[in-house]
Design a protein around this ligand. Structure first.
Ligand code: KG4
Ligand code: ZN
Length: 338
């Protein structure tokens, strides 16, 4: 089973991705074609544009992934594809491409939940054993998952409104910083004073693992408008200090909820995935939490934290090893809780 080879296809948001992964966790190739430029002028991902771009680019991404891995379709053991959740047009484009390849080459087809792909990444990168705790923090997702097997995820809690990445993006928009907002807010925050403004720490006063980030954005908006009213505009230092306060608030909320999640579920590993895991202040805060709980902190390399085909190929391999695969009736699902 270590030398089985899977093609993984991902097209649930704005990245068209294909990768070739071996059963021992070796990534032979990973192609990601980003659509960021296509959606830039609209200030967000436009589903119809995304679906068309996936349909145009998927075959090329698969061809490139095979070429970079130096293999052909005949060398594959199976095809894994994101079957949801996500923007349905894009998911359908991926599922149809995967069905075509599987039927044409006579290969098993394995449908994968996109969130399972993220959640199983620490097994691909570090060979982590079950069970472990996963904090998934991206532009679209925010949840704690207790991972017990390739198909056994317990959602402990998550955001009740915005995902943290979404909140970073909205703050950047408020402050006229470039998108995606996470990296630009982090860069500003680096030179800012996190203690000048005090922002709320939503839901920390309540038990449990749920989080909320939309109130932080509203509080930042109020501070911005107050500064503009008082000074006639925003100074560079205002922007920096607001970003620093915001980043610290997000980091402290994520850290405190992680501390509680680890205390209630004392597993040996706390892992993170998703674009927000790139933030150094957030990473450092989570690392301290893991250290204090005698757990190991794992953050996969960024290219495997954000959307990619390798995590889908790997999740497909794990399902396939359990003897599971799908038929031509595999459906694309816009919503699919783990
Ligand atoms: O996982 P991802 O690439 O895409 C999905 O949302 O599926 O995550 C993108 C999100 C964006 O909202 C972006 O602003 C955020 O991750 N992000 C960051 C940082 N880098 C990316 N947020 C905070 N700090 C960063 N350094
Ligand atoms: Zn994702």
């Amino acid at each position: 089973m270590d030398n089985i080879i899977f093609l993984g296809i991902e097209s649930s948001c704005d990245d068209t991705a294909a990768a070739i992964v071996r059963g021992d966790g070796h990534i032979l190739s990973s192609v990601v074609s980003s659509q960021t430029a296509l959606h830039a002028e609209f200030g967000g991902v436009v589903p119809e544009i995304a679906a068309r771009a996936h349909a145009e680019r998927l075959d090329i991404a698969v061809e490139q992934a095979l070429a970079e891995a130096g293999i052909g379709l005949r060398d594959l053991s199976g095809v894994a594809v994101t079957a949801g959740p996500g923007l349905i047009g894009g998911v359908m484009a991926g599922v149809m491409a995967a069905k075509g390849i599987a039927a044409g080459a006579g290969l098993p087809l394995v449908g994968v939940n996109h969130l399972a792909g993220h959640a199983l990444t620490p097994r691909l990168t570090d060979g982590v054993d079950y069970p472990y705790l996963m904090l998934l923090v991206s532009g679209g997702h925010c949840q704690f998952l207790l991972v017990d097997s390739p198909e056994d995820f317990t959602r402990l809690g998550g955001t009740i409104d915005d995902a943290p990445g979404e909140a970073f993006d909205k703050l950047a928009k408020l402050l006229a910083l470039p998108q995606p907002g996470g990296p630009s807010v982090e860069a500003e925050a680096q030179q800012g004073d996190p203690d000048r403004f005090s922002l709320p720490r939503p839901l920390l006063d309540r038990p449990g693992f749920d989080m909320s980030f939309s109130g932080l954005k509203t509080a930042a908006l109020r501070l911005r408008d107050q500064l503009i009213a008082e000074q006639g505009g925003l100074r560079e230092t205002d922007r920096r200090d607001l970003c620093a306060a915001f980043q610290l608030a997000v980091a402290e909320v994520l850290a405190e909820k992680s501390r509680r999640a680890l205390a209630a579920n004392p597993v040996p590993v706390l892992a993170v995935a998703g674009g927000v895991a790139a933030n150094r202040t957030i990473r450092a805060a989570l690392e301290r939490v893991a250290h204090d709980a005698d757990a190991k902190f794992l953050a996969p390399p960024l290219r495997l934290c954000t959307d990619n085909g390798a995590m889908i190929a790997w999740a497909g391999i794990e399902r396939f090893r359990l003897g599971h695969h799908d038929g031509m009736d595999l459906a694309a699902r816009p919503r699919w809780p783990l």
